[in-house]
Write a protein that binds this ligand. Structure first.
Ligand SMILES: *Cc1c(COP(=O)(O)O)cnc(C)c1O
Length: 363
């Protein structure tokens, strides 16, 4: 059988080597005769797995000592609530930048639980001649006293990525669910970073939170205990039973990243992969992408066929060649190829070969 390449946006493919290792130790972990998911989260062995995963993430992202790393439940959306509950305060204000579907959903969730607090929402996505880009300029001059600014540096559904740093006087909160560990960032520029795990880290359900210590000293909203950052911090993310298997697998992915050159190597590789695919899209009038070059996502490449009546045939032929899950999100339609860290260059090459042939067939 020829290689299968899975372009699913999430849950997404994990590194093949990690999957094989997990399979190998699935029922008999480190000679214990039981699975890592069958042992107590408070056992010495599991605590070591948990601590090692955190340490690896700290090394990979060069997380400064004045940041906590939390492993939480509830995926990305769980953090939409957690961020507002923990940081907003009963009469605080926060600014939400909207650049696509996920940042919009985060703002809506915050509004839902804000009570007497206030959520200001600014649309930063501009469409010019059908091409979308992000405009950060309205930020300068805003003099409000915000508890935090929230944005989503990579819009998974829309294929829009923000590479610029956000310049503002307030703590910046970033939803990095779909681009964490994909390129080098300076953690100290952020107040809080969170990510649902299933795009670039591991199995779904787990969320990673990296939060600057001082942000947890202000009064928060009343909230569910399992979303409470302070409880998570005080209990080493084990206030209740954490998603132990997901945490273990995340640790294995971090180890794989370290063995493969860390984030700087991923960064370069992801630039090459995205370049190859966008070049294919741009060089065939048969395909089009509607995001300005400076905001094109390196992780989620969206595109449409010139003749949308061929969508079904495109997907069927792709699948027959082992190129899976290319259908775009239902809200935006068209196609989407998610090419996270685990997607090898060869996978993108195989997709580009297919797209070139398909375009020539239908020219
Ligand atoms: C997938 C995704 C989410 C939602 O994650 P869930 O784990 O399904 O809640 C939130 N934000 C971004 C940017 C995502 O890509």
């Amino acid at each position: 059988m020829s290689a299968i390449y899975n372009f699913c946006a999430g849950p997404a493919m994990l590194p093949t080597a990690v999957m094989h290792k997990a399979q190998k130790e699935f029922v008999d972990w480190q000679g214990h005769g039981v699975s890592v998911m069958e042992i107590s989260h408070r056992s010495k062995d599991y605590m070591a797995v948990a601590a090692k995963a955190e340490q690896r993430l700290r090394e990979l992202m060069a997380i400064p000592d004045n940041y906590h790393v939390l492993f939480m439940h509830g995926g990305g959306r769980g953090q939409f609530s957690a961020v507002a509950s923990n940081l907003l305060g009963s009469h605080g204000r926060a600014l939400y930048l909207v650049s696509g579907q996920w940042s919009k959903a985060a703002a809506e969730e915050a509004q839902k639980i804000a009570g007497h607090a206030q959520i200001d929402v600014v649309d930063i996505c501009v469409e010019d001649d059908g091409i979308r880009h992000v405009e950060l300029s309205p930020l300068s001059g805003a003099a409000e006293d915000y508890r935090y600014l929230h944005y989503c540096p990579n819009e998974t559904v829309d294929g829009i990525e923000i590479f610029e740093n956000i310049d503002c006087p307030w703590p910046v909160v970033a939803d990095m669910s779909s681009n964490i560990l994909s390129r080098e960032i300076d953690v100290s520029r952020f107040g809080l970073i969170y990510a649902g795990a299933q795009k670039n880290i591991g199995p779904s359900g787990l969320a990673i939170v990296i939060v600057r210590q001082d942000l947890l000293s202000l009064p928060s909203l009343t909230q569910a205990s399992i979303l409470d950052y302070r409880l998570a911090r005080d209990n080493d993310s084990m206030f209740n039973t954490p998603p132990t298997f997901a945490w273990y697998l995340a640790g294995e992915v971090f180890a794989w990243l370290q063995e493969h050159g860390g984030v700087s190597a991923m960064d370069l590789n992801n630039i090459h992969k995205a370049k190859l695919l966008y070049h294919c899209i741009d060089s065939h009038p048969f395909y089009r992408n509607n995001v300005a070059k400076e905001n094109r996502s390196r992780m989620n490449v969206t595109f449409h066929l010139a003749d949308e009546s061929l969508n079904g045939e495109f997907l069927a032929q792709a699948e027959a060649r082992g190129l899976l899950a290319l259908k775009g999100h239902r809200i935006v339609g068209g196609m989407r190829a998610s090419i996270y860290n685990a997607m090898p260059y060869e996978g993108v090459q195989a997709l580009v070969n297919f797209m070139t042939e398909f375009a020539e067939q239908h020219a």
